[in-house]
Write a protein of this length. Sequence first.
Length: 299
Amino acid sequence: MEHKDMQKVLAKAEVLIEALPYIQKFNRRIIVVKYGGSAMANEELQKNVIKDVTLLKLVGFKPIIVHGGGKEISKWVQKVGKESEFVNGLRVTDAETMEIAEMVLSKVNKRLVTMVEELGVRAVGISGKDGGMLHVEKKYSDGKDIGFVGNITEVNPKILHDLLEKDFLPIVAPVGLDDAFHTYNINADDAACAVAKAVGADKLVFLTDIEGLYGDIDDKDSFISRISCSEAEKLIDGGVIGGGMLPKLNNCTSAIRSGVNRVHILDGRIPHCLLLEIFTKEGVGTAIVDDEDYTQMSE
């Protein structure tokens, strides 16, 4: 074997060795992956994400995927001659739009199941309606009625635990039921956060369209690779975080305060970002960490 070929082989071995302690640490731990954004729209990135999650499953993690489908829903809403309307980032969802959204989310759900199955892992696609998993109430935006948009009030994780116990990879569409059994669309970030809390996940990962968290969005040198939950809350209270990142970061800190060990914000447009963040020392995104763990890391 030539020297340069041997160097490539050794480099691969070093990557595996670096990953080993993380594989040992998180063996049989639950990781919830919220999947959406551009990574879902691009077929090649979609395959990479599914490969990453499947690999996590094969090395001993217990992954759960919670997916969105906003761009696909908007496309189909337009196809039937309607215009998508948003209030504070939330889709106004009348009865017809809800029907379209559920159809599209089901289509996306089964496509993801198929991709996982093709890689040799058993997957089951469900929505929050199955097993009464996601119970909701009507959500308002600044007092405005935005239709069939649900706010999660209760999570029954039994169906998820049953699937994990039987060695399936659950893939969850963010749809739920209210007291009257009406169907509601749920923000996928909210659904992933609620699921992570309910199943006692060790990790919650948000695959997004941004690199991670910045102390100053206009200063690329202010990128934050790791931050404690308390420091993240200070950024929120100080008005540093705005736009679509604000509710996402609120979900992150809420998950940590509810027992999730670590939350990651990753750029889903980076191929294999999930593996790079979890199995390497440097990582590629922002990790929000429990205060006590953060202090121990800093010592």
